[in-house]
Design a protein around this ligand. Structure first.
Ligand code: CA
Length: 404
């Protein structure tokens, strides 16, 4: 079907228009693409053909120039793109610049600067607390309701959806073992998350207030924070996650601009603790997003984590990670933390879904506690859009391959 005739109601219709970077069939050249249905528009070529001033932002091998251009430019470019793919007068010029998705190669769409990962789901944090600190008086740590907990991760190992995930090796030691052993992880897991992509940098020494979130953050994508639970368990005290998570983080090939998600904004869960002023969002616009995530292993759905249940918002996370004066760079990526809802089928990790391996999942192709070599994990999601139409998020998928 020609891209201009994308069916009404398609989750990747003209109301969505996520950005990626692709190479056409038979070419190694990278350029910015915009998805419409099951096609990709060569956005830079369209800008050139229509004499648009945005060619300098779009005829580029990464999204970084567009990310850095700022909120006014983001809105202007989106308005122009919407016209290019919907106004019949442009059809003859623009239609030849589309490529079928099945024929292109998709790349990591931006150069990842710094990478931070949070821990913002109360359900997830409580499940982890119950499993690993069963004797603690509260399943949450005392700081949890006062600040968005996070850590700095490894940006150089963020990969695009479709990249194989090599099973990591490392040290592990069960509490009853006398000494640690070394070898491929036997508890390889996923974490279903949402990643936020920073466009506009900030000045060193100047915190970014809650209300400036949309001046800095360009868009979001699905993110899988692959985690080696055995490596993590042995190494994490006292400085937090290290090699158990730094081997690979997968992101979608498509970045959904925040402007496409206005109808999906929702208030976060009710706050049970008074927040310090820099995190107090009572007077701010709704900071949550109604994203319905699905986790599938080898095509079998195992969970539907609801992002609307996340306690800390992306705006609060941005305010917190800059409150000490740490500056933002174009291409910074921050993960929401594992998304887990209140019910058992809404958990975003195998750690929780199998209760640390105690209750294996029954899949048509066998039982699973943690991932086996050859397993393919796919996260997908949608959000409510205008007039009842869904906004599709680009999927993030990865296949586990054996340790070398
Ligand atoms: Ca995580």
């Amino acid at each position: 079907m020609p891209p201009f005739d994308v069916p009404e109601g398609d989750p990747f219709g003209p109301h969505n228009l996520p950005y990626g970077v692709f190479s056409p069939a038979g070419s190694s050249e990278r350029t910015v693409g915009v998805r419409l249905g099951d096609h990709v528009l060569d956005a830079g070529a369209a800008a050139h053909a229509l004499g648009s001033p945005y060619a300098s932002l779009l005829a580029r091998p990464t999204l970084n120039p567009l990310l850095a251009a700022g909120r006014t430019a983001w809105s202007d470019v989106r308005r122009a793109l919407t016209a290019w793919v919907t106004v019949p007068a442009h059809r003859e010029t623009v239609e030849p610049l589309f490529h079928p998705l099945s024929e292109v190669t998709l790349h990591l769409p931006f150069e990842v600067a710094d990478y931070v990962d949070f821990y913002a789901s109360e359900n997830h944090a409580r499940n982890v607390g119950r499993m690993f600190r069963p004797d603690a008086p509260d399943s949450l740590t005392p700081n949890w309701k006062h600040l968005p907990i996070g850590y700095h991760g490894r940006s150089g190992t963020v990969v695009v959806s479709g990249t194989d995930v090599v099973r990591p090796s490392g040290q592990r030691k069960a509490p009853a073992d006398a000494a640690p052993v070394f070898g491929p992880s036997v508890r390889l897991d996923i974490e279903a998350e949402v990643g936020f992509v920073v466009g506009v940098p900030s000045e060193l020494g100047r915190p970014v207030p809650l209300g400036d979130y949309r001046d800095h953050v360009f868009g979001l994508c699905l993110l899988n924070d692959w985690s080696a639970r055995d490596v993590q368990a042995w190494e994490y005290v006292p400085l937090g996650p290290f090699l158990g998570k730094s081997f690979t983080t997968s992101v979608s090939a498509w970045i959904t601009p925040l402007d496409a998600l206005d109808e999906a904004r929702v208030a976060p869960p009710e706050r049970t603790h008074e927040l310090l002023p820099y995190l107090d969002d009572a007077e701010e616009e709704p900071g949550g997003y109604d994203l319905r995530i699905t986790v599938a292993i080898n095509g079998h759905v195992v969970s539907d984590p609801p992002f609307s249940t996340m306690y800390w918002t992306a705006a609060q996370q941005l305010a917190h990670m800059t409150v000490n004066g740490a500056s933002l760079r174009t291409g910074d990526l921050y993960g929401s933390g594992t998304v887990s809802g209140p019910s058992e089928r809404e958990r975003g990790s195998l750690l929780e879904l199998t209760w640390n391996g105690r209750d294996p999942l029954e899949l048509p192709d066998g039982k699973r506690t943690f991932l086996e070599d050859g397993d393919v994990v796919t996260l997908s999601a949608w959000a409510p859009g205008p007039d009842g139409v869904r906004v599709g998020l680009g999927e993030v998928t990865g296949r586990v391959v054996p340790a070398p």
